[in-house]
Every structure is written in C-alpha cells, then in structure tokens.
Design a protein around this ligand. Structure first.
Ligand code: GRF
Length: 192
C-alpha cells in the first residue's frame, strides 16, 4: 500500500512544519514528501534539510497562476497539501486540482480575526486590542478566498488582560503544535 504523500507550504520559521516532520517520520500510511516556500531565507528550509526532506523555492511570480507548482506536485504524486504559515493566496488552479485536499491553520477562532492581512502578530494584536478573553486556533480546508474554507477543528485558550500579544501568540502556537499534525492525520486517514 503506497503511503499518502503530503507536501508542506511555509513562508517563515516552519515550527509547525517541523512538528509534521517529527510526527510522520515513521508513519505507516502517511509521509511528508516535500516542502514548498516562496522565501529563499525561510527557516523551514533548514528544518527540512535536517529531516532530509526535499524543498522547492518558488518566488512570487510562480504563485500567480500556480501552473508550475501543480506540475511539480503531480510529478511528486502529492495527495494533500498542508499550509503552515504560508503567506501567499493559493491560486485557483491549485485549489481546483486539490479540492478538499489543502489544509490551513489560522491562529485565531475563525471567522473572527481572519481574512487578508490577518496573519502572524497582526492577529494577536487585533485579538488583544478587541479585549477578547479567549482566542485559539482554527484548522480549515482551503478555497480560493483567505481563511474561508470549511472549518475542521478549533481549540480555544484563555487570555488574561495582562497577556502581551507575544504571550498570546506563544499560547496559540503551543495549541497549533499539539493539534495540527493529529487533525491532518485523522482527515487523511478518512481518505484511505
Ligand atoms: C502560525 O502561527 C500559524 O498559525 C500561521 O503562521 C504561523 C506559522 O508559524 N499560519 P511557523 O512558521 O510554523 O512557526
């Protein structure tokens, strides 16, 4: 039985990506086949190299139509795509080729604090400024609009009034690391 092959898209540090590398290192049915990034200095590259996972760097122009990316994903026989801190909008051609096969994680309880420009610290600053008493993470399928695909999983955490945006970010990141690989595993195994 060939394993289901996942490719991870990341633009930044890649701490979520590394949790996937660790979680699926010797998985019987699922493997991490490659990493794609739009940022040649992304931390995720060094993390992928440490796990001997192939990485591709494609600059912004390739992400307009996504045709080249689709060709490479097909040549690698990728079954699912995991966005883990990927900053560009996923082109329609890619969403069409991988319907309900692209996952994303958002560091807030969507639909609140989502949409274009809502990423990284912008989210946690907005959550704090709004005086929220809780926040959390959302794992959802990707469609061609930012953060609007079907929600798969959410988990919340409390916010104390004294929490800085950085402390909120750290709380949410811990929840992300704890949940994202497991939730994706459950969804992928449903397709077997
Ligand atoms: C995470 O906070 C995630 O919610 C968001 O981008 C961040 C990625 O962090 N989509 P890392 O690069 O995985 O450390």
């Amino acid at each position: 039985m060939t394993k289901k092959r996942l490719s991870i898209f990341a633009s930044g540090s890649g701490s979520n990506a590394e949790k996937f590398f660790e979680y699926f290192q010797n998985h019987p049915q699922i493997e991490i086949a490659s990493v794609f990034t739009n940022n040649k200095s992304a931390g995720v590259i060094e993390r992928a190299q440490r796990f001997n996972i192939k990485h591709h760097v494609y600059n912004r122009s390739f992400w307009q139509t996504g045709e080249t990316i689709v060709e490479v994903l097909e040549s690698e026989k990728i079954d699912f795509i995991v966005l883990a801190g990927f900053m560009l909008l996923i082109p329609k051609a890619l969403v069409a080729r991988f319907p309900n096969r692209i996952f994303n994680i958002h560091p807030a309880l969507l639909p609140k604090f989502g949409g274009q420009g809502m990423y990284g610290m912008n989210v946690h600053k907005a959550v704090k400024a709004a005086g929220e008493t809780e926040t959390g993470l959302t794992i959802h399928y990707v469609n061609e609009y930012y953060d609007e695909g079907a929600i798969i999983f959410q988990e919340s955490c409390t916010i104390n009034p004294t929490d800085s945006a950085e402390e909120i970010a750290a709380k949410v990141l811990r929840l992300e690391h704890k949940n994202y690989p497991k939730v994706v595993e459950q969804e992928v195994l449903k397709s077997i």
